[in-house]
Design a protein around this ligand. Structure first.
Ligand SMILES: [Zn+2]
Ligand SMILES: [Zn+2]
Length: 456
C-alpha cells in the first residue's frame, strides 16, 4: 500500500517562490564551487611547501585530520589541487564558479595541458553525467594506448654484461620501472652499509683519503649486492624478518642508548641508537649472555619481542596506526615505555604505529605517552600536543554572506554554472573520436550541443 500525499496545486505566487528558491540554490552552489577553487589553491600551496610534513604521511592525511574530511575525499582534493596547477583554463573557469567541482574532478583525471581546452568545452557544454561518461570513454582510449606503450617497454628490457678489452666489465641495460626502483634501493642500502663499515674502520687520525665518486660507490655497492644475494641463496625473504636484533644482556646499562654494543644488528649493520630502539620495539630477538671478558657464554632461542597472541590482541584493539590522522591498517608494535628501560610487553604498554610513524616517534623526536585514562597522547618535538582532533575553526554566523562579499569581483548568478546542453542525446564514442588526440582523427565539432541534424 502506497501512501500518497494529498495533491498540492501550486498557486502562481508559490511557483514564483519555488523558482527563486531554485535560483538561490544554483547561485549558492556556484559560490561554493568558486570557494572550493580557492580552497584547492590554498591546499596546493600548502602541499608544495610540505606544510603537512613532520608527523603526517601525506597532505591528504593532514587535510583529513585538520578539516574532518573522510580520507577518500581528502585524497581527491589534493589530487585535483595538484592537477589544476598545470591546467590554467579549467582552474580559472572553476574559480569563477562556471564549472562545478564534480566536473573538475572528472576532467582532471584525464586532462593534460594539450587537451584541457577541449575537455573544458565538454565540462561547459555537458551535464555532470555527460562529463563523467566522456571521461570514462577517454580513459579507455588512454588505457589502450598505455597498454600498448607498456608492452613495447616490456619488450625492450634487457641487461648486457660483457668484458671490455682492458678486462673491466661493462654493464648496460633497460629494466622495468619497478625493477629499476628496486635496484636503486638495493644499491643505496649497500652503499650505506659500505659507508658505515669504512667509517667504523677509519681511524680519526687517518689522513684524508680520496673520497670515491657516487658512481664509484655504486660500483662498490654492486659487488656487495651480488655477494649477499648469492650468500642468501637468492631468497628475497619475508618482510617481517628483515632485522634480527642481537641483545647483549650482560650490560647493566641496556637502557643507555650510548652503549656501543646495542647499535649493531645481527649482520653487523651499525644504526643510530634510536633506530636500534625502533627496530628492537618489534623484532626477532636473540639473547646472548656474556662473561666478564665479553665472550658469549649462552645464546638463547630466537623469539619475537611481541608474541603472536599479544600481537593479535594489539591489532584487534588498535585497528591500525594510532598516530593522529593516520590509521594505516598495518603496523608495528611500539613499546610506549621501551622494554630496554623496563617497560613490559603488555597490551597497555603497546601501541600500534605504522612504519612511517614508528620512525617519527623514535627518530624524529615525537613523543607518545599513555594518559592515566588509557588514552594515548602524542607531542611534537617542541612539546606541543598533537591532538587526535584539531581545535574547531571559528565560522561566521552567515557563511554564505561572507562568500558573496568575498566573491564581489565575480559575476555569479543562478545560471553561472548552467551547461549549454539542450537535451540532445550524447554519443560518447563519437565524442571521444572527435576529442581524444589518440583516437581516430575526424573533423572537430562540439559533441554536445550540436544541432539535431548533425547528431548521428
Ligand atoms: Zn617503538
Ligand atoms: Zn601511521
Amino acid at each position: 500500500m502506497e501512501m500518497r500525499s494529498p495533491e498540492i496545486i501550486p498557486t502562481p505566487e508559490h511557483l514564483v517562490k519555488l523558482e527563486r528558491l531554485g535560483d538561490e540554490i544554483a547561485e549558492v552552489s556556484a559560490h561554493l564551487d568558486a570557494a572550493t577553487a580557492r580552497l584547492l589553491d590554498l591546499i596546493r600551496d600548502f602541499d608544495a611547501q610540505e606544510g603537512w610534513g613532520g608527523g603526517f604521511r601525506s597532505c591528504a592525511d593532514w587535510l583529513s585530520w585538520r578539516t574532518g574530511l573522510d580520507k577518500g575525499a581528502a585524497r581527491e582534493r589534493v589530487r585535483v589541487a595538484r592537477a589544476l596547477a598545470t591546467l590554467p583554463r579549467i582552474a580559472s573557469a572553476f574559480a569563477c564558479g562556471e564549472i562545478s567541482y564534480a566536473k573538475v574532478r572528472a576532467v582532471t583525471r584525464v586532462a593534460t595541458p594539450e587537451t584541457e581546452e577541449r575537455l573544458l568545452g565538454v565540462a561547459r557544454a555537458g551535464t555532470a553525467a555527460h562529463v563523467e561518461r566522456v571521461v570514462r570513454g577517454w580513459r579507455r582510449v588512454d588505457r589502450q594506448a598505455e597498454a600498448q606503450e607498456s608492452a613495447r617497454q616490456h619488450k625492450s628490457r634487457g641487461l648486457h654484461v660483457y668484458q671490455d678489452d682492458d678486462g673491466m666489465f661493462v654493464i648496460r641495460g633497460r629494466v622495468a620501472p619497478e625493477v629499476g626502483a628496486l635496484l636503486q634501493r638495493a644499491l643505496e642500502a649497500a652503499r650505506e652499509t659500505l659507508y658505515q663499515q669504512t667509517r667504523a674502520e677509519a681511524r680519526p687520525t687517518d689522513p684524508a683519503q680520496d673520497i670515491p665518486t657516487m658512481a664509484q660507490q655504486h660500483a662498490d655497492a654492486m659487488a656487495l649486492l651480488a655477494a649477499s644475494a648469492l650468500h642468501q641463496g637468492l631468497d628475497p625473504g619475508a618482510p617481517g624478518e628483515r632485522y634480527q636484533v642481537v641483545v647483549h644482556v650482560d650490560a647493566a646499562a641496556l637502557a643507555d642508548p650510548d652503549q656501543p654494543g646495542q647499535s649493531v644488528l645481527e649482520d653487523g649493520v651499525r644504526v643510530s641508537a634510536e633506530t636500534f630502539r625502533r627496530l628492537a620495539c618489534d623484532a626477532s630477538r636473540v639473547v646472548m649472555r656474556h662473561d666478564a671478558d665479553g665472550r658469549v657464554v649462552e645464546v638463547g632461542a630466537r623469539t619475537r619481542t611481541i608474541p603472536p597472541a599479544l600481537r593479535r590482541a594489539l591489532h584487534h584493539r588498535d585497528r591500525g596506526c594510532r598516530f593522529p590522522g593516520c590509521g594505516l591498517r598495518f603496523g608495528e608494535g611500539h613499546h610506549v615505555r621501551h622494554w630496554a628501560e623496563g617497560g613490559p610487553t603488555t597490551l597497555s604498554n603497546l601501541a600500534m604505529l605504522c612504519r612511517r610513524h614508528h620512525r617519527t616517534v623514535h627518530e624524529e623526536g615525537y613523543q607518545v605517552t599513555r594518559q592515566p585514562d588509557g588514552a594515548l597522547q602524542f607531542r611534537r618535538p617542541d612539546g606541543r600536543v598533537l591532538a587526535d582532533v584539531p581545535p574547531p575553526v571559528a565560522v561566521p554566523a552567515d557563511p554564505v554572506h561572507v562568500l558573496r562579499s568575498r566573491h564581489a569581483g565575480l559575476r555569479i548568478h543562478p545560471r553561472t554554472a548552467c551547461p549549454d546542453w539542450h537535451g540532445e542525446r550524447l554519443d560518447v564514442g563519437w565524442a571521444i573520436d572527435v576529442l581524444h588526440p589518440r583516437a581516430n582523427p575526424l573533423p572537430r565539432r562540439s559533441p554536445i550541443g550540436a544541432s539535431e541534424a548533425e547528431l548521428p
